[in-house]
Design a protein around this ligand. Structure first.
Ligand code: GLU
Length: 488
């Protein structure tokens, strides 16, 4: 058997992490078994349709390297892969159920359905269609038709008994039929509901495994009944657990969760996000956290997917991203951080200069975007923007003269220093602190702000080496001028 799985997003907005986790598990299962991963766009809910939603879905999948084998842009043996382009197929199948007496036309107006719902609410009953049109006589049907109301097609759900469905993660799940509705298959505008469209497509597209969010578990009995009505073999269903925040509440922005593509904007690496999402509900063993893509593919299977809620931990994602950043070859990291830096400073960055900076920050950043705070000063032309108070720090807050004295000493020690490299720089500067009777770290702090404008930077002497003599000396002078203007 070839494994065929589909990711079937509804383009109602930007994909969030839960959607993408489903797509990832689909993709992993397909790749693990050498099967096919299909992208299908479920756009039959026209009221919630968002034009950019399809592009955003594809963009997120592409960014994460989750390539699909069949889909709207790729075509395939079961094209089209967009549900709104498959309407005749759904109609054909709804007609078949009508002809076989397994479905019926319902002429109830929205106003009537509303009344029914209100009545049920008043009686504290679950809202459900009252099946008025299920038993219409031929004459009543003709009368309804004559009124010109466009009917919907409803499925004739068994009134009694139970429907047992299999979920790959939960085993047998039993549903009481009396709790089910005569749900709509085809709406009056000719569009199918999710239930009909997804069953017809999953069957026609020869889907073997349906992975979807737990919120669809309640639809499972309807789907099982539809498969039976058509006489088709259902696929394996796996309802993936909800993702919760650390406080066990439904995942939201408050927990640091964003739309999938926001992670790209913030400087997360696709491999890190894939690794992180891979562990939301699946595990390799009870301890391994860093798992590369190949290993995920090699080991992924439904037997280690858990039905209980997965907990999203934003700090863990950041940590993981830092791990993946450290594993990148420095040239690759330089390529990755460059756009972030260029966007921040507003001009092109010399790749050669950047390749000297990257090794200094590789251990220190968790997000690609953090390059800006760590390295923009290398590229600043003209005076740096900082306060005199920052330059003085706590140590020299009341002693600007002493700080100035320190900077003078540093300046004269390094102006003509040869070679301009970190060891000689350190060897020249460190003893000055002792001469002055201050801690080395305190003197370094002033020098750091003087040459970078910042208090947190890559190591000082490496930074000075890469910055170059000209800029470093110019900035030390500018810092001294600033101190002189405070002390005079
Ligand atoms: N269109 C549904 C969604 O976006 C798909 C559910 C399913 O995979 O069957 O959630």
């Amino acid at each position: 058997m070839t494994v065929r799985v589909r990711y079937a997003p509804s383009p109602t907005g930007d994909p969030h992490l839960g959607n993408i986790r489903t797509a990832l598990f689909d993709w992993l299962l397909a790749r693990h078994y050498g099967g096919q991963f299909i992208l299908r766009i479920e756009d039959t809910d026209r009221a919630r349709y968002v034009e950019s939603g399809v592009q955003a879905q594809m963009e997120a999948l592409r960014w994460l390297g989750l390539d699909w084998d069949e889909g709207p842009d790729k075509g395939g043996p079961h094209a089209p892969y967009v549900q709104s382009e498959r309407l005749p197929l759904y109609k054909e199948h709804a007609d078949r159920l009508l002809a076989e007496g397994k479905a019926y036309l319902c002429y109830c107006s929205p106003e009537r359905l509303d009344e029914v719902r209100k009545r049920q609410q008043a009686q504290k009953l679950p809202p459900k269609y009252d099946r008025l049109c299920r038993e219409l006589t031929a004459e009543q049907r003709r009368a309804a038709q004559a009124q010109g109301t466009a009917p919907v097609v409803r499925f004739q759900t068994p009134l009694l008994g139970e429907t047992v469905a299999q979920d790959a993660l939960r085993g047998a799940v039993t549903f009481q039929n009396e709790t089910l509705d005569d749900f709509v298959l085809l709406k009056s505008d000719g569009f199918p509901t999710y239930h009909l469209a997804s069953i017809v497509d999953d069957h026609l597209m020869e889907i073997t495994h349906v992975l979807r969010g737990e919120e669809w578990l309640s639809s499972l009995p309807r789907h099982v009944l539809l498969y039976r009505a058509f006489g088709w073999k259902p696929p394996v269903f796996a309802h993936l657990s909800t993702i919760l925040g650390p406080d066990r509440a439904k995942l939201s922005k408050r927990h640091g969760a964003h739309a999938a593509l926001e992670y790209r904007r913030q400087g997360y690496l696709p491999d890190a996000v894939v690794n992180f999402l891979g562990l939301l509900g699946w595990s390799l063993d009870d301890h391994t956290e860093i798992i590369d893509r190949e290993t995920l593919i090699g080991h992924f299977d439904l037997d280690r997917v858990l039905p209980n809620p997965a907990v999203f931990n934003a700090d863990k994602l950041d940590w993981m991203n830092g791990m993946y950043i450290r594993r990148l070859p420095p040239e690759e990291l330089a390529t990755q951080v460059r756009p972030f830096l260029e966007a921040a400073i507003g001009r092109a960055v010399d790749p050669a200069a950047l390749s000297r900076i990257v090794p200094l920050v590789q251990e220190r950043i968790k997000l690609l975007s953090e390059i800006v705070g760590m390295a923009d000063f290398f590229f600043t032309e003209g005076p740096l923007d900082y306060e005199a108070a920052t330059l003085l720090g706590k140590k020299f807050a009341g002693e600007p003269r002493q700080a100035a004295e320190g900077l003078e000493k540093v300046l004269s020690a390094v102006q003509t220093l040869e070679p301009w490299q970190r060891e000689p720089l350190e060897a020249a500067i460190r003893p000055l602190a002792e001469q002055m009777g201050v801690k080395a770290g305190d003197l370094f702090g002033v020098v750091r702000v003087a040459v970078t404008g910042r208090t947190a930077t890559p190591p000082l002497f490496e930074t000075m080496e890469v910055l170059g003599r000209e800029k470093a000396v110019e900035r030390l002078r500018a810092a001294l001028d600033r101190l002189h203007s405070v002390t005079s």
